[in-house]
Write a protein that binds this ligand. Structure first.
Ligand SMILES: [Ca+2]
Ligand SMILES: [Ca+2]
Length: 503
């Protein structure tokens, strides 16, 4: 074969190899960032897009393969879930060029970027709503922008009076100045199609986090139809883009949302104080409970990518949910239990350093604690700045820190992508420990977890296995011994072992 043909073949192998590699080598570890509170680049104290760029070394160090940016579009509120212009960036955060730089710098590092897309509603200050309101005030209900929203002469549930008129408009998120869009209107869908194209093709983001998908319509069927449409439009614009929806509901309802073809819906049943992670860790039979949650989730959600998380900007923070303010071992173990779920796991910024916050929303969204001299300003209304654990740079320097434990999880998952991509097969379940296989068609690992905070677990496994990775919360180490075709695993408190078969 001549040299040129070899080089073409090599290039093809690399190309296809790379596609397969990025697909298979996924750690599945994602990071949610509230730009306002993350990192300030221009000295006004408030986080911005250049600030996020400045911290990409850190995000890369931590091993996150993707970031979700909460809304970056212009908005009168600090949280920016009420958008006034879907094809721009809020000047507080920077410019569209800053956004493009952020995306390209992420891509150079192999980090994917998705942005929040709130299209259930706009701001009352969006020009569509202003034009609609003006038309109604001047007695012109046939104006095209009136049909962008759901106006009515009667006040139904969730309807608000339009000042100075006898009209009411639908607003599912009452009091926030967030009128619901009429998603049945073909012109509204055309606008959304242009917004998708702008972000996916022009700015080159990798996908979206869809806000409030259960509020799109008053029926599940309506929501699923709209989601299927949005998914098809996005896939046509950018094949392989990643979309995750916020369906704050039960497992059985979430299963129905997956019928839309959208990649993921956040696994709300795993989150918060009553969710799978916290209730397993606090249970008297945590080994059984955790195994049941894994198996139930996987047998219910057979389509798409499972998207577990422990907390986000709307919930109390992980450190409080886990009651681990002064219990670093428990804080670490909670993060392990979250991240050992299959699928794409989402960590809320600051959880990796044990930032605290609960109650009023701004307290859940406070400034990232980089160093004592570098704490990003909190959003307005925050009255508890709660940092029970050391700052980022102190934790980076301490190999036993929560931050470096979270990093170790991400690196372990990058080394064994099957942890994210595979499904679970139960091997051994006891009250205080469990052992399971995580497998795909071409890869497999065994994961053993000791849920006891104080006792050692000893598990015997048929077959010969070698220790390939471990997560320890204390000074004791995992030990593995093989005798006559049987593997003995000794796990110290709150320890995780990853094993591979010995050939
Ligand atoms: Ca700033
Ligand atoms: Ca709606």
């Amino acid at each position: 074969m001549n040299k040129r043909l070899w080089s073409v073949l090599l290039t093809l192998c690399l190309l296809f190899g790379m596609c397969a590699y990025s697909e298979n080598a996924s750690s599945g570890c994602w990071y949610e960032i509230f730009v306002y509170s993350y990192s300030d680049s221009d000295g006004d104290g408030t986080g911005d897009l250049r600030g996020v760029i400045n911290k990409l070394d850190y995000i890369e160090y931590m091993g996150y393969e993707g970031i979700w940016l909460m809304p970056v579009m212009p908005s009168p509120s600090y949280h920016k879930y009420d958008v006034t212009d879907y094809m721009n960036v809020d000047p507080l955060y920077g410019t569209l060029d800053d956004m493009r730089s952020l995306v390209s710098e992420c891509h150079e590092r192999g980090i994917r970027v998705i942005i929040d897309l709130p299209v259930n509603h706009t701001s009352t200050r969006h020009k569509w709503f202003e034009l609609a309101s003006t038309a109604l005030k001047f007695g012109n209900p046939d104006n095209k922008y009136v049909s962008y929203y759901n106006f009515s002469k009667t006040a139904g549930a969730g309807y608000v009076r339009l000042q100075g008129t006898s009209w009411y408009y639908e607003e599912q998120f009452a009091g926030g100045g967030m009128p619901d869009l009429n998603l049945d209107n073909a012109e509204v869908r055309s606008e959304i199609q242009r917004i998708l194209e702008f972000w996916l093709c022009d700015v080159d983001v990798d996908g979206f986090r869809l806000d409030a998908v259960t509020s799109y319509y008053s029926t599940l069927e309506g929501d699923v139809e709209f989601l299927a449409w949005l998914n098809a439009e996005s896939e046509a614009l950018k094949p392989g883009c990643y979309i995750v929806g916020e369906a704050w509901t039960s497992l059985s309802q979430i299963q129905k949302y997956y019928e839309s073809g959208i990649d993921s819906f956040f696994l709300f049943p795993a989150s918060q104080a009553e969710g799978y992670i916290v209730s397993a860790i606090n249970s008297k039979s945590p080994g059984q409970k955790y195994m049941n949650y894994l198996l139930t989730t996987e047998s219910t959600l057979k389509k798409g990518i499972i998207a577990p998380f422990l907390c986000n900007h709307d919930t109390g923070r992980a450190i409080g949910l886990l009651q681990a303010r002064s219990n670093p071992a428990k804080a670490k173990f909670g993060e392990a239990l979250l991240n050992l779920f299959p699928g794409y796991t989402f960590t809320y910024y600051g959880d990796e350093i044990g930032m605290a916050g609960s109650g009023a929303d701004p307290n859940k969204r406070i400034g990232m604690y980089w160093t004592d001299g570098e704490v990003t300003l909190p959003p307005p209304g925050a009255d508890q700045l709660d940092y029970p654990y050391p700052c980022v740079y102190e934790q980076i320097a301490n190999e036993d820190s929560l931050l470096n434990y979270c990093r170790a999880i991400n690196l372990l998952k990058a080394e064994f992508p099957v942890i994210s991509a595979g499904r679970t097969r139960e091997l051994l379940t006891e009250k205080a420990y469990c052992v399971f296989e995580r497998f795909t068609n071409d890869a497999s690992v065994v994961i053993a977890i000791n849920f006891s905070s104080s006792g050692i677990a000893q598990a015997m496994l048929c077959g010969e296995y070698a220790l390939a990775g471990e997560l320890e919360t204390g000074s004791e180490a995992v030990a593995v011994s093989v005798i006559d075709g049987t593997t003995g695993i000794t796990l110290p408190p709150y320890a995780v072992a990853v094993l591979v078969p010995v050939n």
